[in-house]
Design a protein around this ligand. Structure first.
Ligand code: ZN
Length: 426
């Protein structure tokens, strides 16, 4: 009897999660469309939708006519029942953004890191101040916030609880930093820490250039270089979650010293810092972004600048060919501020080089495109970590912490959702 009750409850919860997820990604939809897309019975749809409407998680969004019959009421997820926060601990600043449930931006703050760079106490202070700022600016009660997702420049080892997450940020001098524990001293909100390239990957999979793909690699090219490898709809993590450290694969044996300490990493050739250094023509004291912009601007009449870009296109193409040969993705998305800055000029040559270095069969099937969400996608992706957990819970306000790893589900979860997304993408 008890088992039976549990099964019924689990089923209801699963149905609730399935409908909420589907409405979030595909809405507005009518009850009839929900039934068609999810395979649930009309009775189940009616019950669960009734519950979601009563809880205020779903709202009516007008009606569409149906040939001769009664008009069909459209349903969508409501924006206001809850809030999420995304944080990007970036290379030069810490960005904190508050979003509504439909990922509409409500407030943002992005203080620059001081000269002390990624000093841990300083970063923790900026994150906590940022959270307080976006809440105060919007008059948001913290009890409405589902959680805070945090993208970091390093390997994130998840522990038994999300607060046990530890960051190994070799290129910024972080050695097993217990980031969530340190933040916990200043906030009661649920925390989800993940690698910045992985949060970027989740954002592009949910809303951007990765939508509809089941096997993809989303590459982050900034000062440093990372990647999120999505296999069969889920991020590939490896034994201790460091998988996807593409920037530290070897491009040249005995080559240029990387920020991680090893010689010849890809990052030491295609990261913005490395590109700007090889050129050597940037204005004095220019930021990396200004320097890279200057390099691109001068490329037409400065042979040195042109040579650096030609070389970068080849390194990048070769690095992408490695991804193609290792993971057989259907799509490779180049994002990150430097990737997006270089993309318009380099993309066609990067494609040519990738084709020349990769095996022909997987190479011909891998599309190489630019990210669609801009340079701030790490923050957006970070905010989807608590949101994904909320959707997977069927919109339960249960703020009990998850293990983090399960919460990271890209937009495509079921074959049916994948087909629906593919249909819409066409
Ligand atoms: Zn390296």
């Amino acid at each position: 009897m008890a088992d039976n009750q549990r099964t019924v409850r689990d089923l209801r919860r699963a149905n609730r999660a399935a409908l909420l997820r589907h409405l979030w990604f595909e809405g507005p939809l009518s009850r009839q469309e929900l039934a068609r897309d999810t395979g649930l019975s009309a009775g189940s749809i009616s019950n669960v939708v009734g519950e979601l409407l009563a809880d205020g998680l779903v709202e009516e969004a007008g009606a569409v006519g149906s040939d001769g019959g009664r008009p069909r009421i459209l349903l969508r997820v409501a924006a206001d029942p809850a809030r999420v926060i995304g944080v990007d601990i970036g290379e030069t600043r810490v960005r904190v953004e508050l979003f509504d449930l439909l990922m509409g931006e409500l407030a943002v703050t992005a203080p620059a890191l001081s000269d002390s760079g990624h000093d841990v106490d300083h970063v923790v202070r900026l994150v906590l101040d940022g959270i307080a700022t976006v809440l105060a600016e919007t008059g948001t009660d913290p009890s409405r916030v589902l959680g805070v997702g945090i993208g970091v420049p390093g390997v994130v080892e998840q522990g038994a609880s999300p607060d046990d997450a530890v960051v190994h940020g070799q290129t910024i001098g972080w050695d097993a930093v217990p980031l969530a524990r340190l933040l916990r001293a200043g906030t009661d909100l649920p925390l989800h820490v993940d690698n910045g390239a992985k949060t970027l990957g989740q954002a592009e999979m949910w809303f951007g250039a990765g939508r509809g793909a089941r096997n993809a690699v989303i590459a982050l090219i900034g000062s440093g270089v990372g990647a999120c490898v999505v296999t069969d709809g889920r991020p590939y993590r490896g034994a201790t979650s460091s998988a996807g450290e593409w920037g530290h694969t070897t491009m040249r044996v005995g080559g240029a010293r990387c920020r991680c300490g090893a010689p010849g990493c890809l990052e030491a050739y295609v990261g913005a810092e490395a590109i700007v250094r090889r050129w050597g023509g940037a204005p004095a004291h220019a930021s990396e972004e200004t320097a890279l912009a200057a390099l691109l601007e001068r490329a037409d009449d400065d042979p040195a600048a042109r040579a650096v870009l030609d070389e970068t296109a080849e390194y990048l193409g070769a690095g992408i060919a490695d991804l193609v040969n290792l993971f057989n993705p259907e799509r490779i998305v180049l994002g990150g501020w430097a990737g997006l800055m270089l993309g318009p000029r380099l993309l066609s040559r990067v494609r040519e080089h990738a084709a020349a270095y990769a095996l022909r069969q997987p190479g011909e099937r891998a599309a190489i495109t630019l990210g669609r969400l801009g340079a701030e996608a790490v923050t957006v992706g970070a905010a989807t970590l608590p949101l994904a957990r909320f959707l997977d819970n069927g919109g339960s306000a249960d703020r009990a912490p998850s293990t983090g790893t399960d919460a990271v589900v890209p937009g495509v979860q079921t074959d049916r959702e994948a087909r629906a997304l593919a249909r819409r993408a066409r």
